[in-house]
Design a protein around this ligand. Structure first.
Ligand code: DGJ
Length: 716
């Protein structure tokens, strides 16, 4: 087969594709190389020859490369990228007719199999600055009968043999974004999600790295499916060492039945590579989100938020709300978000979802008095909604019991006493648009917290699964609302971090990372979250001292420092705080405002010390003039005194002032004296010393943290 080669370059990588030369029938193209930039005169033909694998004894007579759409027809014995059939026929398309179109940083690969009546279109683009590679796949049924599609990988990526380690995600409600590291096993390692939303337990991502990879070193590949529905993420290692990563939408039986002329479009998969470990990987994804993916309103300072949920729950007594608003403004809050409980008869979580009109008993004069008070206090106003859901005890359900996702003749189990509206029914989607549009027109609401509190179990309309269509209908509803109300910002919340992905982030502005406001739990949740998402989109609040999801009682500084780096806020009854606590909260908010332009544009620093006994999280300014770092102790360190904290990343030749913002609580418990230099503003060190010899952290109690400000010496 005669081959043609194609090349894309980003600031930090070169991507080479090998495809059959125009006019010569062949197999699907394959990625020949994706790695550190190659010299411009590097010959792809030589690279291809250098990488040619011998045919092995006992196998087929020609070696079988891993293509963009591996398949049995080409002799590939592993997981195919495509699976489907037309009443038992056309199950093995070979796509011999391939063309590649190049267009300004992207390729469109069109592959046809006329006999099977199928066309595959794969679009690949490489973002120059962020080094993020995006791939997506479209399958079109050119035949005259329906095509039953069972699997269409959005992307297939070859994994180099050097990347032996896999980091994958697990989690649960109030414990999202936990990671597990292991060696790449022989066979398939697969995560499947059938919850109908992104899920708390199976964030659709995988990281592969060299044996030595850590936060700062080692080569890593990161992959994420930009999709908020069911998914499949799989890594496969064949006996000959070939390795592939596939990701795509998990399709339920019969869910995608392509009629003649119809197409299935996969979600995007976003990949990146880095030779600077997880820190480099995060930096690439964060840059990509900031410059290419997030809606433009996100590129302004994130207002400090007060959310009413853990302050008042369903008790919307006017005097409580008014007092809360006054205290919020006093401590420096800029946005006041009225959470659940404001709409008709919603006094607990068993009723009223679907009835998006104000509770006139709680708000006899409408929302105006509260909103005016909030605005007069200098804050913007936001409102909680959960549009996709309906309680059986609601006017909406009584009027339209058939508007929910359901299976014929089977009662769906409720989740948080609610069902899911079938957004694929135009009348249900229209009702939601009208209800939300009316609210946004009636009141100056600049922010919606869009909640979603249950998995989808009956993901069907009668007899057919509609999960993917439901996800697309949700996207369409949000897009339509944003078009009508372009300045309104939206938070994606799904019982916390149950819908955190790049698909929802194309149309929303931040994510509520977890329903756990417990700073102890949040430390590891936020570390995992930050691998793919930048701090500014991470909703992070100072919760009550007594955490309602775990029962832990946590120190105010620890709660404030843990929330400090994200889209910062409060979610507690401020009237319960002492004068001293209110003044400390005020100080943290003021400090956050001073630093947020750096926290929300810089490079994230993470360290897991002593097997997780201490966690470091910070942000380094892109120009290396400043860094803010938290050192949190989860459990007593093994040695009486933890090792000095070494922070790589600053300019080795510049000098920095290092100063703690807070004092350790109970310092006398285990120390006879404190290392004063860290607290009196006199400590000046070079970036080289901070990275090399480090800084001695005083003995801290478990569940406390120290916040370190590092500023180039001579700067304020
Ligand atoms: C679940 C959310 O995650 C919480 O923050 C809160 O908004 C409640 N729902 C309200 O019902």
């Amino acid at each position: 087969m005669k081959s043609a080669h194609y090349r894309l370059d980003s600031s930090r990588s070169t991507l080479l594709l090998e495809a059959p030369a125009t006019g010569s029938a062949g197999t699907m193209p394959r990625i020949l190389y994706w790695g550190t930039p190659l010299a411009i005169d590097e010959q792809p033909e030589s690279l291809a020859r250098a990488l040619t694998r011998p045919a092995l004894q006992g196998g087929l007579d020609d070696a079988v490369p891993l293509t963009l759409s591996p398949s049995l027809v080409n002799g590939f014995p592993g997981q195919p990228a495509l699976s489907g059939h037309r009443k038992g026929r056309n199950a093995l398309p070979g796509f011999p007719d391939v063309s590649v179109k190049e267009d300004n940083g992207s390729w469109t690969i069109l592959a046809k199999d006329t006999a099977a009546g199928l066309t595959l279109q794969i679009v690949i683009s490489l973002a120059v600055d962020s080094n993020v590679l995006t791939m997506k796949t479209r399958l079109t049924n050119d035949g005259t009968a329906d095509y039953d599609l069972q699997w269409c990988a959005a992307a297939t990526l070859p994994i180099p043999s050097s990347h032996e380690e896999i980091l994958s995600f697990r989690g649960r409600w109030c414990g999202e974004f936990q990671t597990a590291r292991r060696r790449a096993p022989v066979g398939i390692l697969m995560r499947e999600n059938r919850r109908g939303r992104t899920s708390h337990d199976s964030f659709p991502a995988m990281i592969l790295g060299t044996e030595d990879f850590n936060e700062t070193t080692g080569a890593v590949i990161g992959a994420h499916l930009a999709w908020s529905g069911n998914h499949r993420v799989l890594h496969e290692r064949l006996p000959d060492g070939t390795r592939q990563l596939q990701m795509g939408e998990l399709l339920l039986p019969g869910e995608v039945m392509l009629g003649p002329g119809q197409s299935y479009q996969s979600p995007d998969v976003c990949f990146t590579i880095s030779d600077e470990g997880l820190g480099g990987l995060s930096s690439n994804f964060h840059r990509f989100l900031r410059s290419d993916l997030l809606p433009p309103q996100t590129r302004k300072p994130r207002p400090v938020t007060l959310n009413t949920w853990e302050a008042i729950y369903f008790d919307h007594a006017p005097e409580k709300l008014s007092h809360l608003a006054k205290l919020a403004a006093q401590v420096g809050v800029e946005r006041f978000v009225l959470d659940d409980g404001w709409f008709k008869d919603r006094n607990d979580d068993r009723t009223s979802l679907g009835d998006w009109v104000l509770d006139e008993k709680k708000y006899p004069h409408g929302l105006e008095p509260l909103i005016s008070e909030v605005q007069d206090l200098g804050m913007a106003f936001g409102l909680w909604v959960e549009p996709e859901m309906v309680n059986p005890d609601s006017d909406l359900f009584r009027a339209h019991p058939d508007w929910v996702l359901h299976l014929e003749s089977l009662q769906e189990p409720t989740g948080r006493y609610q069902h899911v509206l079938n957004l694929t029914r135009p009348e249900a989607a229209q009702y939601l648009f009208d209800s939300l549009d009316a609210l946004l027109k009636a009141y100056p609401i600049s922010y919606l917290k869009w909640d979603m509190n249950r998995d989808l179990s009956h993901q069907a309309d009668g007899q057919s699964f509609v999960t993917g269509q439901q996800t697309k209908a949700l996207y369409a509803l949000i897009d339509r609302l944003r078009e009508s109300h372009p300045t309104v910002e939206i938070e994606s919340c799904a019982s916390g971090g149950g819908r955190a992905d790049f698909g929802i982030l194309r149309r929303t502005h931040r994510i509520w990372a977890s329903d756990s406001n417990d700073a102890h739990d949040r430390q590891s949740i936020q570390q995992g979250f930050s691998l793919f998402f930048p701090p500014e989109i991470m909703g992070a609040h100072i919760g009550p001292m007594h955490c309602h999801t775990t029962g832990r009682r946590l120190d105010l500084d620890f709660r404030a420092i843990t929330a400090f780096f994200g889209h910062f806020g409060l979610e507690a009854d401020l009237s319960q705080l002492s004068e001293d606590e209110l003044s400390r909260v005020t100080d943290y908010i003021a400090l956050h405002k001073d630093w947020r332009s750096i926290l929300h544009s810089g490079r994230v620093l993470r360290q897991v010390l002593e097997d997780g006994r201490a966690l470091v999280f910070g942000v380094l300014a892109q120009d290396l003039t400043k860094a803010m770092v938290s050192y949190a102790v989860m459990e007593q360190t093994r040695d009486a005194l933890a090792a000095p904290l070494r922070l790589p990343g600053l300019d080795p030749d510049r000098f920095y002032r290092v100063c703690a913002f807070n004092q350790p609580s109970n310092p006398g418990r285990r120390m006879k004296n404190m290392p004063d230099a860290l607290f009196d503003g006199s400590l000046i060190l070079s970036g080289r010393a901070i990275a090399g010899s480090g800084i001695q952290i005083p003995v801290l109690d478990p569940d406390t943290a120290l916040l370190l400000q590092i500023t180039e010496s001579g700067m304020a």
